[in-house]
Design a protein around this ligand. Structure first.
Ligand code: HEM
Length: 241
């Protein structure tokens, strides 16, 4: 089932009957599959609550304003070569100095596409950090770089960076869809975030501000929207100001 209406998407994301499609649990230790079986993102119920709690604890120790200025400074220091900057800044804040293996591991993290490169990258990261810190780095990497890349396409001279990011998240989101399994029927549900963020299309002056669902909603929204925005804004400041 494909969901394109805002209210319906918000209802699904708020209902524990819908869970992330399960991932394989039998991956060899230290591989991408093994990691995916251990993270908050792909778990449900009590396990999800426990794993998510660990992540929010780590995130609470990070200061978004500090991430923003560090991302701006590193972008300038690298002469505008911003790829890898958000991840390097987040890694340093989490105590991981070498984040070179993150892109290869992140490439298969959401899709589940396994490869020797992704497994080697996960093994590399496990030498440097535990699963919760690695989870944060992998969740953050592609989404934050995707947001920056899209925002740069929409940037106009003199534009307010926070407004640019807000509009990009709402109208041209880096994550286009998210999926759930309906545990009552066994059906898979896909939420089309682009359509949902633009719904309702009808002209309605009384509607007021409809929040975008790009950071998720309900039971398991992104726990780090402030961190994501800070990293992206810092890079854009380093590039545009
Ligand atoms: C533009 C940037 C980002 C976007 C659009 C984004 C969006 C999302 C969304 C939609 C989810 C929920 C997925 C779902 O269950 O369907 C999610 C989960 C998550 N995000 Fe983000 N995210 C971004 C950046 C970040 C950053 C920078 C971090 C870490 C510092 C982060 C950490 C996480 C974690 C740990 C989860 C899993 C939460 C859980 O399973 O309970 N994200 N993100």
């Amino acid at each position: 089932m494909l969901i394109t209406r805002h209210a319906e998407a918000a209802a699904v994301l708020s209902d524990t009957r819908y869970v992330p499609p399960p991932v394989r649990q039998d991956g060899a230790e230290g591989t991408l599959a093994w990691l995916r079986a251990r993270v908050s993102r792909f778990s449900a119920g009590e396990t999800h609550a426990r794993r998510r709690h660990e992540l929010t604890g780590l995130l609470a120790g990070l200061d978004p304003a500090g991430l923003r200025s560090a991302a701006g400074a590193l972008t300038r220091q690298r002469g505008g070569d911003w790829r890898g900057v958000p991840t390097a800044v987040l890694g340093a804040a989490l105590g991981v100095q070498d984040t070179g293996a993150v892109p290869a591991a992140a490439a298969g993290y959401l899709s589940g596409e396994e490869s020797p490169q992704a497994d080697a990258a996960v093994a590399e990261l496990l030498k440097l950090a535990g699963v919760p810190v690695i989870t944060l780095l992998l969740q953050a990497h592609s989404a934050t770089e995707g947001l920056i890349e899209t925002a740069l396409r929409h940037a106009a001279p003199g534009q307010d960076i926070d407004e640019l990011l807000r509009e990009t998240l709402s109208q041209d989101p880096p994550l286009r869809a998210t999926r759930r399994l309906d545990t009552h029927t066994g059906d898979e549900v896909t939420i089309d975030l682009v359509a949902v963020n633009r719904d309702p299309d009808a002209f309605d002056p009384a509607r007021g501000h409809v929040p975008h669902l790009t950071f998720g909603h309900g039971v398991r929204p992104c726990p780090a929207p402030a961190h994501a925005l800070a990293l992206a804004a810092g890079v854009l400041e380093g590039l545009l100001k």
